[in-house]
Design a binder for this molecule. Structure first.
Ligand code: UDP
Ligand code: MN
Length: 351
């Protein structure tokens, strides 16, 4: 089993929260496989340390420095940057078989049986079921496949501008050739399907093994009140994914990840409920016998921001643009969106 791994990817601290919750959920469900996260240099050192406690391997990939073919490809198609980073999973040739999972997925049951499947196994995409969704897929690392994928990216690009279009072109026989390569939808149940086919969700949703928070707004973009266990939308015009599913993500984040981040120098921001001391106590209670256990920690934080001092003044960004960035999980934690700034704003209102 040591040569098989679950692999995920994060290019920033926001997606890293997702990766941590995913890694934790895999452990909770008792996986016997290794956990690997690919990350880029944009991920902060503190976050990298947190990732190291949950994942067996935290590998830094910088597509611009990752070899000639990747570099050349990127030069021709800079828009495929994140996509190429995901393709890097094929270069993990120390493993014989892997399951890639997006950082916005959450595991609800043991899915080690996925390793019985062959490359490329994936579930249908809810938007176009003749395409597979690239949020969860079984693959076989191979230097040759990796370079062929990069070549395809350079020559043809991706029909959707992302990894899913490229992978569907490369593994184009998926739709018609071998039904065993069609994973049941419960291995990649996108929250979107709840709205597109509610009766099916009611009938089969309870047997979901993996939830995929596909779409623009991710679980970490919401705020959560651990006291009432309720998830709040970031703004009125932001659609709310199924609250129960979001609640599952936040439950795990609150009990296992928030205390962990706290110990690595990440402070809690607005809406937090515990003092630093209580958090440290909660952390030691939760993690004294290993990470990602199901013990309940009394209370926790709902929102986190980096605990370093705010950076130098940033160039002006319109509030619309800032809102957009927040919703994409790219708040400027060290600058204009730092906790100090938010607190100052709240103080002005309160006065
Ligand atoms: N990703 C990332 N940083 C980004 C965007 C994406 O690390 O800025 C990674 C992350 O693992 C994410 C995956 O690429 O889960 C695919 O992107 P996303 O989940 O946002 O796409 P969706 O599933 O919503 O189509
Ligand atoms: Mn995703």
């Amino acid at each position: 089993m040591a040569d098989q791994a679950f692999v995920t990817l994060t290019t920033n601290d926001a997606y890293a929260k997702g990766a941590l919750v995913l890694g934790c959920s895999l452990k909770q469900q008792g996986t016997t496989r290794k956990l690997v996260v690919l990350s880029t240099p944009q991920v902060s050192d503190a976050m990298r340390k947190a990732l190291e406690t949950v994942f067996d391997e935290v590998l830094t990939v910088d597509v611009l420095d990752s070899g000639d073919s990747a570099h050349l490809t990127l030069m021709k198609r800079p828009e495929l940057g994140v996509t190429l980073t995901k393709l890097h999973c094929w270069s993990l040739t120390q493993y014989s078989k892997c399951v890639f999972m997006d950082a916005d997925t959450l595991v609800l049951a043991n899915i080690d049986d996925l390793f019985e499947r062959e490359e490329l196994s994936a579930a249908p995409d809810p938007g176009w079921p003749d395409c597979f969704n690239s949020g969860v897929f079984v693959y076989q690392p191979s230097a040759e496949t990796y370079s062929q994928l990069l070549q395809l990216a350079a020559e043809q690009g991706s029909f959707d501008g992302g990894d899913q279009g490229l992978l569907n072109t490369f593994f184009s026989s998926w739709a018609t050739t071998d039904i065993r390569k069609h994973l049941p939808f419960i291995y990649n149940m996108s929250s979107i399907s709840i709205y597109s086919y509610l009766p099916a969700f009611k009938a089969f949703g309870a047997s979901a093994k993996v939830v995929h928070f596909l779409g623009r707004v991710k679980p970490w973009n919401y705020t959560y009140d651990p006291q009432t266990k309720s998830v709040k939308s970031v703004s009125h015009d932001t659609p709310m994914t199924h609250p129960e599913l979001l609640g599952l993500w936040w439950g795990l984040f609150t009990t296992s990840i928030a205390p962990l981040l706290q110990t690595f120098g990440l402070t809690h921001g607005p809406g937090s409920y515990l003092s630093v001391v209580a958090l440290r106590l909660a952390y030691s209670l939760a993690f004294s016998c290993g990470f990602c256990r199901k013990e309940q920690v009394s209370g926790a934080v709902s929102h986190l921001s980096l605990g370093e001092s705010p950076a130098a003044p940033q160039p002006f960004v319109s509030s619309e643009e800032r809102k957009e960035r927040w919703e994409q999980g790219q708040a400027d934690y060290l600058g204009v969106d730092s906790f100090d700034n938010i607190q100052r704003k709240l103080d002005t209102y309160l006065q």
